[in-house]
Design a protein around this ligand. Structure first.
Ligand code: ADP
Ligand code: MG
Length: 394
Protein backbone atom coordinates (compact mmCIF):
# COMPACT_ATOMS: atom_id res chain seq x y z
CA UNK A 1 0.00 0.00 0.00
CA UNK A 2 1.44 3.43 -0.84
CA UNK A 3 2.47 5.23 2.28
CA UNK A 4 0.06 8.15 1.99
CA UNK A 5 -2.86 5.75 1.92
CA UNK A 6 -1.93 4.06 5.12
CA UNK A 7 -4.41 4.92 7.77
CA UNK A 8 -3.45 5.16 11.38
CA UNK A 9 -4.84 2.40 13.53
CA UNK A 10 -4.09 3.70 17.00
CA UNK A 11 -4.78 6.98 18.71
CA UNK A 12 -1.04 7.17 19.37
CA UNK A 13 -0.44 7.47 15.60
CA UNK A 14 -2.38 10.72 15.49
CA UNK A 15 -0.97 14.07 16.33
CA UNK A 16 -2.99 14.55 19.50
CA UNK A 17 -2.27 16.74 22.51
CA UNK A 18 -0.88 15.06 25.58
CA UNK A 19 -4.06 15.87 27.51
CA UNK A 20 -6.27 13.97 25.09
CA UNK A 21 -3.77 11.12 24.90
CA UNK A 22 -3.77 10.83 28.68
CA UNK A 23 -7.56 10.81 28.75
CA UNK A 24 -7.73 8.07 26.11
CA UNK A 25 -5.25 6.05 28.10
CA UNK A 26 -7.34 6.53 31.22
CA UNK A 27 -10.41 5.40 29.27
CA UNK A 28 -8.39 2.38 28.17
CA UNK A 29 -8.79 3.03 24.45
CA UNK A 30 -5.84 2.46 22.15
CA UNK A 31 -7.13 1.22 18.81
CA UNK A 32 -9.44 3.47 16.84
CA UNK A 33 -12.74 2.22 15.52
CA UNK A 34 -13.20 2.52 11.72
CA UNK A 35 -15.36 5.63 11.93
CA UNK A 36 -12.78 7.27 14.20
CA UNK A 37 -9.95 6.30 11.86
CA UNK A 38 -11.70 7.94 8.93
CA UNK A 39 -13.27 10.94 10.58
CA UNK A 40 -10.70 12.31 13.01
CA UNK A 41 -7.99 13.25 10.46
CA UNK A 42 -10.56 14.73 8.06
CA UNK A 43 -12.19 16.80 10.78
CA UNK A 44 -8.81 17.90 12.11
CA UNK A 45 -7.95 19.09 8.61
CA UNK A 46 -10.95 21.39 8.85
CA UNK A 47 -13.36 19.73 6.43
CA UNK A 48 -17.09 19.45 6.79
CA UNK A 49 -18.08 15.82 7.22
CA UNK A 50 -21.16 13.72 6.75
CA UNK A 51 -20.56 10.36 8.39
CA UNK A 52 -22.98 7.49 8.20
CA UNK A 53 -22.07 4.73 10.60
CA UNK A 54 -23.96 2.01 12.45
CA UNK A 55 -24.82 2.49 16.05
CA UNK A 56 -22.20 1.52 18.64
CA UNK A 57 -19.21 2.23 16.42
CA UNK A 58 -17.72 5.06 18.47
CA UNK A 59 -19.08 8.14 16.75
CA UNK A 60 -18.96 10.29 19.89
CA UNK A 61 -15.19 10.25 20.12
CA UNK A 62 -14.92 10.53 16.34
CA UNK A 63 -16.19 14.10 16.63
CA UNK A 64 -15.28 14.65 20.29
CA UNK A 65 -11.53 14.36 19.81
CA UNK A 66 -11.21 16.92 16.98
CA UNK A 67 -13.62 19.22 18.81
CA UNK A 68 -11.62 19.28 22.00
CA UNK A 69 -8.35 19.67 20.13
CA UNK A 70 -9.62 22.89 18.61
CA UNK A 71 -10.84 24.72 21.66
CA UNK A 72 -9.10 27.90 22.52
CA UNK A 73 -9.10 27.72 26.30
CA UNK A 74 -8.40 31.41 26.78
CA UNK A 75 -11.49 32.29 24.80
CA UNK A 76 -14.51 32.14 27.08
CA UNK A 77 -17.12 32.26 24.32
CA UNK A 78 -19.08 29.29 23.06
CA UNK A 79 -16.93 27.76 20.33
CA UNK A 80 -18.43 24.36 19.76
CA UNK A 81 -21.96 23.07 19.73
CA UNK A 82 -23.23 19.51 19.57
CA UNK A 83 -26.92 18.95 18.91
CA UNK A 84 -28.53 15.68 19.94
CA UNK A 85 -32.14 14.55 19.54
CA UNK A 86 -32.91 13.56 23.13
CA UNK A 87 -32.02 14.68 26.61
CA UNK A 88 -30.57 11.32 27.50
CA UNK A 89 -28.29 11.37 24.51
CA UNK A 90 -27.17 14.92 25.21
CA UNK A 91 -26.30 13.93 28.76
CA UNK A 92 -24.42 10.90 27.55
CA UNK A 93 -22.38 12.89 25.03
CA UNK A 94 -21.66 15.37 27.81
CA UNK A 95 -20.36 12.54 29.97
CA UNK A 96 -18.15 11.12 27.23
CA UNK A 97 -16.67 14.56 26.47
CA UNK A 98 -16.14 15.15 30.18
CA UNK A 99 -14.10 11.96 30.38
CA UNK A 100 -12.17 13.03 27.31
CA UNK A 101 -11.38 16.39 28.90
CA UNK A 102 -10.30 14.91 32.23
CA UNK A 103 -6.85 16.46 31.80
CA UNK A 104 -8.08 19.83 30.54
CA UNK A 105 -9.31 21.51 33.71
CA UNK A 106 -9.90 24.86 31.99
CA UNK A 107 -12.42 23.33 29.64
CA UNK A 108 -16.00 24.16 30.52
CA UNK A 109 -18.82 22.14 29.07
CA UNK A 110 -22.51 22.67 29.52
CA UNK A 111 -25.40 20.34 28.66
CA UNK A 112 -28.75 22.02 27.92
CA UNK A 113 -32.03 20.22 27.45
CA UNK A 114 -35.72 20.77 27.84
CA UNK A 115 -37.34 19.76 31.09
CA UNK A 116 -34.57 21.13 33.26
CA UNK A 117 -35.31 24.51 34.89
CA UNK A 118 -33.98 27.42 32.85
CA UNK A 119 -32.64 29.03 36.04
CA UNK A 120 -30.32 26.10 36.68
CA UNK A 121 -29.07 26.28 33.13
CA UNK A 122 -28.47 30.01 33.50
CA UNK A 123 -26.20 29.29 36.45
CA UNK A 124 -24.22 26.88 34.29
CA UNK A 125 -24.08 29.37 31.43
CA UNK A 126 -22.66 32.04 33.75
CA UNK A 127 -19.53 29.90 33.98
CA UNK A 128 -18.89 30.72 30.30
CA UNK A 129 -18.75 27.26 28.76
CA UNK A 130 -16.76 26.86 25.56
CA UNK A 131 -18.66 23.70 24.60
CA UNK A 132 -22.41 23.23 24.57
CA UNK A 133 -24.20 19.93 24.09
CA UNK A 134 -27.91 20.51 23.66
CA UNK A 135 -31.24 19.40 22.32
CA UNK A 136 -32.27 21.77 19.50
CA UNK A 137 -35.42 23.18 21.11
CA UNK A 138 -33.75 24.24 24.33
CA UNK A 139 -30.69 25.70 22.64
CA UNK A 140 -32.90 27.76 20.37
CA UNK A 141 -34.87 28.89 23.40
CA UNK A 142 -31.67 30.18 25.07
CA UNK A 143 -30.53 31.76 21.86
CA UNK A 144 -33.79 33.65 21.47
CA UNK A 145 -33.69 34.79 25.10
CA UNK A 146 -30.17 36.05 24.50
CA UNK A 147 -28.73 33.75 27.18
CA UNK A 148 -26.62 31.92 24.63
CA UNK A 149 -24.60 33.59 21.88
CA UNK A 150 -23.59 31.63 18.83
CA UNK A 151 -21.45 34.15 16.96
CA UNK A 152 -18.11 32.64 18.00
CA UNK A 153 -19.03 29.03 17.21
CA UNK A 154 -16.54 27.40 14.87
CA UNK A 155 -17.69 23.77 15.04
CA UNK A 156 -21.24 22.50 14.87
CA UNK A 157 -21.99 18.79 15.18
CA UNK A 158 -25.37 17.17 14.56
CA UNK A 159 -25.37 13.79 16.24
CA UNK A 160 -28.01 11.21 15.29
CA UNK A 161 -29.05 13.63 12.56
CA UNK A 162 -31.58 11.21 11.05
CA UNK A 163 -33.42 10.81 14.31
CA UNK A 164 -33.27 14.50 15.12
CA UNK A 165 -34.81 15.46 11.79
CA UNK A 166 -37.37 12.63 12.00
CA UNK A 167 -38.47 13.97 15.34
CA UNK A 168 -39.53 17.23 13.76
CA UNK A 169 -36.54 19.31 14.83
CA UNK A 170 -35.78 20.45 11.30
CA UNK A 171 -36.94 24.04 11.84
CA UNK A 172 -35.08 24.46 15.11
CA UNK A 173 -31.96 22.89 13.65
CA UNK A 174 -32.12 25.13 10.61
CA UNK A 175 -32.45 28.25 12.76
CA UNK A 176 -29.47 27.24 14.84
CA UNK A 177 -27.35 26.56 11.76
CA UNK A 178 -28.28 29.95 10.35
CA UNK A 179 -27.37 31.68 13.62
CA UNK A 180 -23.83 30.34 13.45
CA UNK A 181 -21.18 32.12 11.35
CA UNK A 182 -21.10 30.61 7.84
CA UNK A 183 -17.36 29.94 7.94
CA UNK A 184 -17.82 27.32 10.64
CA UNK A 185 -17.08 23.65 10.36
CA UNK A 186 -20.29 21.67 10.13
CA UNK A 187 -20.26 17.95 10.80
CA UNK A 188 -23.15 15.51 10.68
CA UNK A 189 -23.32 12.03 12.15
CA UNK A 190 -26.09 9.64 11.49
CA UNK A 191 -26.86 5.94 11.65
CA UNK A 192 -28.78 6.13 8.36
CA UNK A 193 -29.35 8.70 5.66
CA UNK A 194 -32.73 10.07 4.81
CA UNK A 195 -34.01 12.89 2.65
CA UNK A 196 -33.90 15.51 5.41
CA UNK A 197 -30.32 14.62 6.30
CA UNK A 198 -29.30 14.99 2.66
CA UNK A 199 -31.17 18.26 2.30
CA UNK A 200 -29.51 19.82 5.34
CA UNK A 201 -26.15 18.60 4.11
CA UNK A 202 -26.72 19.96 0.64
CA UNK A 203 -27.94 23.34 1.88
CA UNK A 204 -25.47 24.02 4.64
CA UNK A 205 -22.32 21.96 4.26
CA UNK A 206 -19.31 23.13 2.26
CA UNK A 207 -17.80 20.34 0.13
CA UNK A 208 -18.45 17.75 2.80
CA UNK A 209 -16.30 14.66 2.94
CA UNK A 210 -18.66 11.70 2.92
CA UNK A 211 -17.74 8.81 5.14
CA UNK A 212 -19.77 5.64 5.14
CA UNK A 213 -18.97 2.83 7.48
CA UNK A 214 -20.68 -0.40 6.61
CA UNK A 215 -21.86 -2.74 9.29
CA UNK A 216 -19.01 -5.19 8.72
CA UNK A 217 -17.85 -7.96 10.97
CA UNK A 218 -15.14 -5.69 12.26
CA UNK A 219 -17.38 -3.04 13.67
CA UNK A 220 -20.68 -4.78 13.90
CA UNK A 221 -21.56 -5.16 17.53
CA UNK A 222 -21.30 -8.79 18.53
CA UNK A 223 -24.89 -9.57 19.14
CA UNK A 224 -26.46 -12.97 18.89
CA UNK A 225 -30.07 -12.60 17.94
CA UNK A 226 -32.77 -15.06 18.85
CA UNK A 227 -36.41 -15.14 17.98
CA UNK A 228 -38.90 -16.99 20.16
CA UNK A 229 -42.44 -17.70 18.95
CA UNK A 230 -44.99 -16.99 21.69
CA UNK A 231 -48.76 -16.91 22.04
CA UNK A 232 -50.42 -13.72 22.95
CA UNK A 233 -51.59 -15.22 26.21
CA UNK A 234 -48.21 -16.47 27.41
CA UNK A 235 -45.90 -13.69 26.30
CA UNK A 236 -45.49 -12.33 29.82
CA UNK A 237 -44.66 -15.77 31.20
CA UNK A 238 -42.11 -16.28 28.46
CA UNK A 239 -40.52 -13.01 29.42
CA UNK A 240 -40.29 -14.12 33.05
CA UNK A 241 -38.69 -17.36 31.89
CA UNK A 242 -35.96 -15.38 30.13
CA UNK A 243 -35.45 -13.10 33.12
CA UNK A 244 -35.24 -16.05 35.50
CA UNK A 245 -32.94 -18.17 33.39
CA UNK A 246 -29.82 -16.09 33.56
CA UNK A 247 -28.35 -13.84 36.17
CA UNK A 248 -28.54 -10.69 34.14
CA UNK A 249 -27.06 -7.58 35.70
CA UNK A 250 -28.55 -5.38 33.01
CA UNK A 251 -31.41 -6.12 30.66
CA UNK A 252 -33.39 -3.73 28.53
CA UNK A 253 -36.95 -4.68 27.59
CA UNK A 254 -38.49 -2.75 24.72
CA UNK A 255 -42.17 -2.01 24.23
CA UNK A 256 -43.79 0.06 21.50
CA UNK A 257 -45.91 2.32 23.67
CA UNK A 258 -45.52 4.31 26.85
CA UNK A 259 -48.59 2.64 28.20
CA UNK A 260 -47.20 -0.83 27.66
CA UNK A 261 -43.86 0.18 29.21
CA UNK A 262 -45.69 1.49 32.26
CA UNK A 263 -47.93 -1.54 32.64
CA UNK A 264 -45.20 -4.08 32.08
CA UNK A 265 -42.94 -2.34 34.56
CA UNK A 266 -45.71 -2.24 37.17
CA UNK A 267 -46.39 -5.89 36.65
CA UNK A 268 -42.73 -6.85 36.96
CA UNK A 269 -42.27 -4.69 40.05
CA UNK A 270 -45.30 -6.23 41.73
CA UNK A 271 -43.94 -9.67 40.90
CA UNK A 272 -40.77 -8.77 42.80
CA UNK A 273 -38.41 -7.92 39.94
CA UNK A 274 -36.18 -4.91 40.37
CA UNK A 275 -37.23 -2.92 37.37
CA UNK A 276 -37.80 0.66 36.30
CA UNK A 277 -39.50 2.25 33.31
CA UNK A 278 -38.17 4.84 30.88
CA UNK A 279 -40.56 6.54 28.50
CA UNK A 280 -41.58 9.97 27.32
CA UNK A 281 -44.21 10.58 30.00
CA UNK A 282 -41.75 10.30 32.85
CA UNK A 283 -40.56 13.70 34.05
CA UNK A 284 -37.06 14.61 32.99
CA UNK A 285 -35.50 14.67 36.46
CA UNK A 286 -36.79 11.18 37.11
CA UNK A 287 -35.61 9.95 33.71
CA UNK A 288 -32.07 11.14 34.43
CA UNK A 289 -32.14 9.44 37.83
CA UNK A 290 -33.34 6.19 36.31
CA UNK A 291 -30.67 6.27 33.58
CA UNK A 292 -27.88 7.00 36.04
CA UNK A 293 -29.02 4.29 38.42
CA UNK A 294 -29.29 1.78 35.57
CA UNK A 295 -25.81 2.66 34.30
CA UNK A 296 -24.44 2.21 37.81
CA UNK A 297 -26.06 -1.19 38.07
CA UNK A 298 -28.43 -0.24 40.90
CA UNK A 299 -31.25 -2.28 39.34
CA UNK A 300 -31.11 -4.87 36.56
CA UNK A 301 -34.22 -4.37 34.43
CA UNK A 302 -35.15 -1.34 32.37
CA UNK A 303 -38.47 -1.36 30.52
CA UNK A 304 -38.39 1.31 27.85
CA UNK A 305 -39.77 2.75 24.65
CA UNK A 306 -37.68 3.52 21.58
CA UNK A 307 -37.50 7.27 21.88
CA UNK A 308 -36.42 7.15 25.50
CA UNK A 309 -33.64 4.72 24.71
CA UNK A 310 -32.35 6.09 21.43
CA UNK A 311 -28.57 6.35 21.23
CA UNK A 312 -28.10 5.57 24.87
CA UNK A 313 -24.84 3.90 25.62
CA UNK A 314 -24.93 1.77 28.69
CA UNK A 315 -21.91 -0.38 29.00
CA UNK A 316 -22.61 -4.02 29.65
CA UNK A 317 -26.24 -4.41 28.75
CA UNK A 318 -26.17 -8.19 28.52
CA UNK A 319 -29.53 -8.73 26.92
CA UNK A 320 -32.12 -6.81 24.98
CA UNK A 321 -35.61 -8.25 24.87
CA UNK A 322 -38.11 -7.11 22.28
CA UNK A 323 -41.36 -7.54 24.14
CA UNK A 324 -43.09 -5.86 21.23
CA UNK A 325 -41.78 -6.11 17.71
CA UNK A 326 -40.76 -2.59 16.69
CA UNK A 327 -42.90 -0.71 14.17
CA UNK A 328 -39.87 0.62 12.31
CA UNK A 329 -37.14 -1.60 10.93
CA UNK A 330 -34.46 0.79 12.08
CA UNK A 331 -35.72 0.59 15.63
CA UNK A 332 -34.89 -3.08 15.65
CA UNK A 333 -31.30 -2.25 14.81
CA UNK A 334 -31.14 0.49 17.40
CA UNK A 335 -32.69 -1.68 20.07
CA UNK A 336 -30.37 -4.61 19.63
CA UNK A 337 -27.50 -2.12 19.31
CA UNK A 338 -27.95 -1.36 23.02
CA UNK A 339 -26.10 -4.59 23.70
CA UNK A 340 -22.81 -5.86 22.29
CA UNK A 341 -21.35 -2.35 22.38
CA UNK A 342 -17.72 -1.81 21.46
CA UNK A 343 -16.92 -5.41 20.69
CA UNK A 344 -18.52 -6.87 23.75
CA UNK A 345 -20.85 -9.75 23.35
CA UNK A 346 -24.59 -9.38 23.78
CA UNK A 347 -27.81 -11.25 23.13
CA UNK A 348 -31.09 -10.01 21.78
CA UNK A 349 -34.34 -11.94 22.18
CA UNK A 350 -37.43 -11.13 20.17
CA UNK A 351 -40.74 -12.48 21.39
CA UNK A 352 -42.84 -12.97 18.32
CA UNK A 353 -46.49 -13.92 18.21
CA UNK A 354 -48.02 -15.18 14.99
CA UNK A 355 -49.45 -11.79 14.08
CA UNK A 356 -45.91 -10.43 13.96
CA UNK A 357 -44.58 -12.76 11.29
CA UNK A 358 -45.00 -10.37 8.37
CA UNK A 359 -43.28 -7.57 10.32
CA UNK A 360 -40.52 -9.96 11.32
CA UNK A 361 -39.92 -10.84 7.68
CA UNK A 362 -39.60 -7.17 6.82
CA UNK A 363 -37.10 -6.68 9.61
CA UNK A 364 -35.09 -9.68 8.41
CA UNK A 365 -34.89 -8.29 4.91
CA UNK A 366 -33.71 -5.01 6.34
CA UNK A 367 -31.16 -6.56 8.69
CA UNK A 368 -29.83 -9.11 6.21
CA UNK A 369 -29.00 -11.41 9.12
CA UNK A 370 -31.39 -13.97 10.45
CA UNK A 371 -31.89 -14.44 14.18
CA UNK A 372 -31.59 -18.00 15.43
CA UNK A 373 -35.01 -19.49 16.16
CA UNK A 374 -35.65 -20.93 19.62
CA UNK A 375 -38.82 -22.60 20.83
CA UNK A 376 -40.42 -23.93 23.96
CA UNK A 377 -40.61 -27.71 24.18
CA UNK A 378 -43.68 -29.60 25.38
CA UNK A 379 -42.32 -29.58 28.91
CA UNK A 380 -41.86 -25.82 28.72
CA UNK A 381 -38.12 -25.66 28.29
CA UNK A 382 -36.59 -23.17 25.92
CA UNK A 383 -34.71 -25.18 23.29
CA UNK A 384 -32.63 -24.67 20.20
CA UNK A 385 -33.85 -26.09 16.91
CA UNK A 386 -31.99 -29.35 17.66
CA UNK A 387 -34.00 -29.71 20.85
CA UNK A 388 -31.09 -28.87 23.16
CA UNK A 389 -31.96 -26.74 26.20
CA UNK A 390 -30.90 -23.16 25.54
CA UNK A 391 -29.89 -22.24 29.09
CA UNK A 392 -27.45 -24.68 30.69
CA UNK A 393 -28.83 -24.33 34.18
CA UNK A 394 -32.14 -25.95 33.31
P1 ADP B 1 -22.17 5.46 18.51
O1 ADP B 1 -22.37 6.93 18.79
O2 ADP B 1 -21.51 5.18 17.20
O3 ADP B 1 -23.43 4.66 18.70
P2 ADP B 1 -20.58 5.57 20.93
O4 ADP B 1 -19.77 6.77 20.61
O5 ADP B 1 -21.72 5.76 21.88
O6 ADP B 1 -21.15 4.89 19.59
O7 ADP B 1 -19.57 4.45 21.44
C1 ADP B 1 -19.98 3.16 21.81
C2 ADP B 1 -19.11 2.62 22.93
O8 ADP B 1 -17.80 2.33 22.45
C3 ADP B 1 -18.91 3.60 24.08
O9 ADP B 1 -19.01 2.90 25.30
C4 ADP B 1 -17.51 4.11 23.90
O10 ADP B 1 -16.92 4.54 25.12
C5 ADP B 1 -16.81 2.91 23.30
N1 ADP B 1 -15.68 3.28 22.45
C6 ADP B 1 -15.58 4.35 21.62
N2 ADP B 1 -14.40 4.37 20.97
C7 ADP B 1 -13.73 3.27 21.38
C8 ADP B 1 -12.43 2.73 21.05
N3 ADP B 1 -11.61 3.32 20.18
N4 ADP B 1 -12.07 1.58 21.66
C9 ADP B 1 -12.92 0.96 22.53
N5 ADP B 1 -14.14 1.43 22.89
C10 ADP B 1 -14.55 2.56 22.32
MG1 MG C 1 -23.82 8.18 19.18
Amino acid sequence: MPKENQTSMNFEDLDLSKEIRSALRQMNFSEMTPVQRETIPVMMAGHDVIAIAPTGTGKTLAFGIPMLEYISLRDSRIQEVVLAPTRELAVQIGEELTKLSAFIPELRLCVLYGGQPISRQLDKLRRHPQVIVATPGRLLDHFQRGTVRLDAVHTLVLDEADEMLDMGFIKDVTRIIEAIPPARQFVMFSATTNQDVLTISWKYQHDPVEITIEATEENRPQITQYVIPVDRGNKYDRLLYLLDSDEYQRVMIFTNTKDMARRLNDRLSKAGYESEALHGDIPQSKRSQVMTAFKKGRFPILVCTDVAARGIDVFDVEAVINYDLPNENEYYLHRIGRTGRAKRHGVAFTLMDFRDSVRMDEILRYMKTAPTPLRFSENEILCTEDGEPFFDNI
